[in-house]
Design a protein around this ligand. Structure first.
Ligand code: NAI
Length: 218
């Protein structure tokens, strides 16, 4: 059986992946945990602990092979293959996500967008057509859609989540400000920019008030 990797480690992998990608772009072939630690502002022991979870990618005196580690982390995250995604709610946020071309580089292909506003239906955003929600289930099945971003009002999100799940969606990228109840074989990743902003606010205020606000990135 595969070793269970803690959620905390998994949550740090995208950041390692980003740094390793930058190193590759700079032509760096290998890096020690100390060097990576300086770049990422994470302790070298944390890096060693995290990366040891995956079977010792590093070698004593050699460091980490950047490309190998990058590829292995991609495999662990599952971003070494294509994932089909839809966006439900083609308003400000939905369109902003659709306009961000870089998701495709990570293997996330936005197959379609859906809305109920007749003025939006039929418009095309970066090559992606906005459709009505009548065809939602059929579209999900035909396009083997695994993930759905919900950028709709919170009152509408539970019903739409049920529909996409019944049609086979396994992951919900939830921007609506509501907690969704989903079956055990479905996962939800909540993204709440306002919560992030409140955490930033707390840290700024803590520093100003002379409390022990932690510095650096979180
Ligand atoms: P918006 O009003 O520009 O877009 C919402 C779209 O959803 C509209 O085009 C509307 O026609 C559509 N819609 C409504 N009911 C629908 C349904 N049943 N099926 C399909 N489409 C439907 O709003 P905006 O600014 O894009 O925000 C969207 C949602 O995301 C809101 O609930 C907002 O509170 C939330 N939000 C969340 C953020 C976060 O960080 N989690 C940040 C910004 C907004």
């Amino acid at each position: 059986m595969e070793k269970q990797i803690s959620k905390a480690v998994i949550s740090r992998l995208p950041r390692y992946y980003r740094y390793l990608g930058e190193l590759m772009e700079d032509g760096v072939e290998r890096i020690s945990s100390n060097e990576l630690s300086q770049r990422m502002h994470v302790t070298a022991s944390q890096i060693r602990q995290d990366l040891n979870n995956f079977g010792g990618f590093g070698q004593q005196g050699y460091g980490y092979n950047v490309k190998f580690l990058y590829t292995e982390i991609a495999k662990i995250l599952g971003i070494d293959r294509q994932h089909n995604l839809i966006i439900i709610g083609a308003g400000n946020l939905g369109q902003a996500i659709a306009n961000y071309a870089n998701f495709e580089k990570r293997g996330f292909v936005i197959k379609g967008m859906f809305d109920i506003n007749p003025r939006l239906i039929g418009l095309v955003v970066r090559g992606i057509e906005i459709r009505g929600v009548e065809d939602l289930e059929q579209f999900i099945i035909e396009n083997e859609v695994q993930m759905a971003a919900l950028t709709i009002p919170k009152t509408k999100a539970p019903e739409i989540a049920d529909r996409v799940i019944r049609a086979g969606v396994k992951g919900i990228w939830n921007f609506a400000h509501v907690d969704l109840n989903v079956p055990d074989d479905v996962v939800v990743e909540n993204v709440h920019l306002s919560e992030s902003l409140m955490r930033l606010c707390y840290r700024v205020c803590s520093m100003q008030d002379g409390k022990s606000g932690e510095k650096g990135a979180s």
